[in-house]
Ligand binder design. Structure first.
Ligand code: BGC
Length: 421
């Protein structure tokens, strides 16, 4: 096959994404674990988590098998987190046996030809820190940077690819405005403070990773949903869609690009420390949302939706690549893209349609360097529990035995041939 027969260049990096909390199981020292347990004692209608995370896919004990499966599928990269609360189960107390565990996990990835992309935070924090104010604790940054320093101790000889934060916009928005993530506040000033803190820890940890080793490549994983007014002519729909985009996307993109806090998290002031700039831009893309009045719809009325109630819009991935290239000028990775469904034929269609758009972007000259599917394995889907299935690989709920889905084989075929069937 000549290069022109291919939809993707041979150098294109194929991977999967996952977070430790959503796959490892039994993260008993993390904030979410305790909050889930607490909520199980509440009346069902008041619970935000539908069920506790529990054992999840037991990836903690089965990582070797999982990395072997990735290798068999031809995957060459994997993005995941280290659970902060495992390394620091108590304030100021480092658990070296957990450090050894993650060190073995990285070895196992490398033995299987998997390039690790380590993400520093994917929402969860240690329970002790949550009890002491969480993201509003005045020493949050200090604790976070101690954690990053420890990651460097453990991995710096083997890991070169780092992602600072997973989706800082939706994290702050969910936790401090719309109340879908702990601590479920609705306080614009707290939202603004936490957004700024997240941007500062992005810049400070980025600088730490770079000064440790200039060859470290550091990026973000940024939630980039397309938000459109449901009724394009309606001023409130338009204003609301614009505001949601500013809150979850625009101000974060501005900071990473310029080091400035822009509306609504600031008035253009510059953060003078750290390193705001990145080596690559990670796009998490799932769906198109719509502003209707002052509510956000995850699909058009009547549109076919997945098990999270999300509509599908494959051209949105192309639109986000164009936007990211224009606004950041950085090489890009699709850091998350996936669908919550039991219907694996639909997952195949989803992968096909989104990859066609990615391939179109590459043909049009956009510097997209890789695609990481969310998720490697059926994961704990936060408030929705274990119901929605997003994995290329499933598992038996009793034995945890891995079940490689048809969609995983389909992606493997694309990886092997560089062509979308
Ligand atoms: C988050 C994941 C989550 C996925 C599907 C992403 O925005 O990073 O943690 O599982 O959405 O809800």
């Amino acid at each position: 096959m000549t290069i022109t027969d291919r939809d993707f260049p041979g150098s294109f990096l194929w991977g999967t994404s996952m977070s430790a909390y959503q796959a490892e199981g039994n993260n008993v020292h993390s904030d979410y674990y305790h909050i889930e347990q607490e909520q199980m004692a509440w009346p069902p209608e008041e619970r935000i988590f539908s069920e506790p995370s529990g054992r999840c896919a037991d990836h903690y004990n089965r990582f070797e098998e999982d990395y072997r499966i990735m290798k068999e599928l031809g995957l060459k990269a994997h993005r995941t987190t280290v659970e902060w609360a495992r390394l620091f189960p108590e304030k100021g107390k480092y658990d070296s046996s957990e450090g050894d565990h993650y060190s073995r996990a990285v070895d196992s990835m490398l033995e299987n030809g998997i390039r690790p992309f380590i993400c520093l935070n994917h929402y969860t924090i240690p329970w002790w820190l949550y009890r002491e104010g969480g993201f509003e604790n005045p020493d949050f940054k200090k604790y976070f940077l101690e954690f990053v320093e420890k990651l460097l101790d453990i991995f710096s000889d083997r890991v070169r690819d780092w992602v600072t934060l997973n989706e800082p916009g939706p994290l702050a928005l969910g936790a401090y405005l719309v109340k879908d993530k702990p601590p479920y506040k609705s306080d614009f000033f707290a939202f603004r403070r936490v957004c700024r803190l997240l941007m500062e820890i992005h810049a400070d940890s980025n600088a730490m990773l770079k000064s440790f080793n200039a060859d470290n490549s550091v990026g973000t994983a940024h939630a980039q949903y397309v938000v459109k007014p449901l009724r394009p002519w309606h001023p409130v729909d338009r204003l609301y869609s614009w505001a949601v985009d500013r809150l979850s996307n625009g101000s974060i993109i501005d900071f990473v690009r310029s080091g400035r806090f822009t509306f609504p998290i600031g008035m253009g002031e510059r953060y003078c420390r750290g390193r705001h700039d990145v080596d690559f831009w990670g796009i998490n893309y799932y769906r198109r949302s719509y502003g209707k009045g002052t509510t956000l719809l995850q699909a058009k009325p009547g549109e076919k939706v997945d098990d999270l109630g999300w509509g599908k819009y494959p051209p949105g991935i192309y639109e986000n690549i164009v936007r990211s290239a224009r606004e950041t000028g950085k090489p890009m990775y699709i850091m998350e893209n996936g669908i919550a469904t039991d219907d694996d034929s639909w997952r195949i269609e989803y992968i096909r349609d989104h990859l066609r758009e990615v391939s179109r972007a590459i043909d049009d000259g956009y510097d997209v360097r890789g695609y990481f599917h969310w998720s490697y394995i059926d994961n704990f889907e936060w408030n929705h529990g274990h119901g929605p299935k997003m994995g290329l690989v499933g598992y038996d709920p009793v034995t945890c035995e891995r079940i490689v889905k048809r969609s995983a084989r389909y992606l493997a075929e694309i990886i092997q041939s560089g062509k979308i069937p």
